[in-house]
Design a binder for this molecule. Sequence first.
Ligand code: ASP
Ligand code: MG
Length: 406
Amino acid sequence: MARIVMKFGGTSVGDIDRIKNVANRVKREVDAGNQVAVVLSAMSGVTNQLVAWCNQMAKLPDPREYDTVVATGEQVTIGLLAIGLQELGLEARSWCGWQIPIRSNGVHGKARIDSIDTARMSAAMAQGQVAVVAGFQAVGPDERISTLGRGGSDTSAVALAAALGADRCDIYTDVDGIYTTDPRIVAKARKLHRITYEEMLELASVGAKVLQTRSVEMAMKHRVRVQVLSSFEDKPGTLVCDEDEIVEKELVSGIAYSRDETKVTLTRVPDRPGVAASIFGPLADASVNVDMIVQNVSEDGRFTDLTFTVAHTDLERAREVLNAAQSSLGFERLSDDPDVVKVSVIGVGMRSHAGIAQKMFQTLAQEGINIQVISTSEIKISVLIAEKYTELALRALHTAYGLDAA
Ligand code: ASP
Ligand code: MG
């Protein structure tokens, strides 16, 4: 007998028929002899509506009351599913975060899970009861409801799987797995059977928004085997797992992209020790997240150009901070270009193979695409290029690395 956690996202519980469909899927696992905990999101669109209502009440709503409101979507779906399971003749009950309890650090709106006391839930499960758990919710040290940030029910599911010592955590969603790249852009994108935690982490953070990034970090830390699969079709999904579990390792597993990049350039920055610190320090203080950075070698040893990227939403703040400090920083001009895209190739095989970056550069050169900024990590190479080349670059790279579906 296995213990499994099944998580269903907003579209999978988007209406009554879909919740009934979920009930049938859960029943199949129970009939197969498994102990099951189900984690649910709110119906699709509901959390957005709740957030909007809070923002209509006040410009800056009290974050504790914000959490009280936005956590309600999940309470509806868990109750409905428990009823649906009972209709199928199963024993089931709903659990809100505070009832389990799932304890968080209490940072409202983006809380982190500290601990989960599974004793009561576990006992009920061992007696054959299906536990239907509200995702997204926890209770903080202030004994009030806290939510885990948008998309947080993925993290609820993985955390619960870790705490329960579950054999599997199945994440049912509206896509049927993790692809080598975005199938809407590259028709020959392939579904991956397996992917390592580290690769998934890179893919999650560079644009493939299937799992909340934090849920993958948590899965990696606690070695939870996570399966991503469709709640509408019966076919195998993608297993996110340890590197040891992957026999046939590809050099490159996936190609991700992010259009949410703006390139910022400061020209004629005085080239002296401490200048990078004096620029990026204030940006960090203003919570501006800086991603790729290049500093040119100065020609005359006195001035240099500095280029970096920020998310679109951070651009205004970055401009304000830097312009306010222009005279002390001593740069000549700040310019920005939002029409750029970051394309990243990802693969654990890079650790042991040379030539992967070279192939990327060559492929882009053959297509006449200019690379503006390059950054690398152990398992990732990212380039910044003009946004209009996104499709061309993705397709060419996908072919070059042998990822195209047959
Ligand atoms: N309902 C929450 C949201 O929409 C949590 C989740 O679905 O993961 O962000
Ligand atoms: Mg989600």
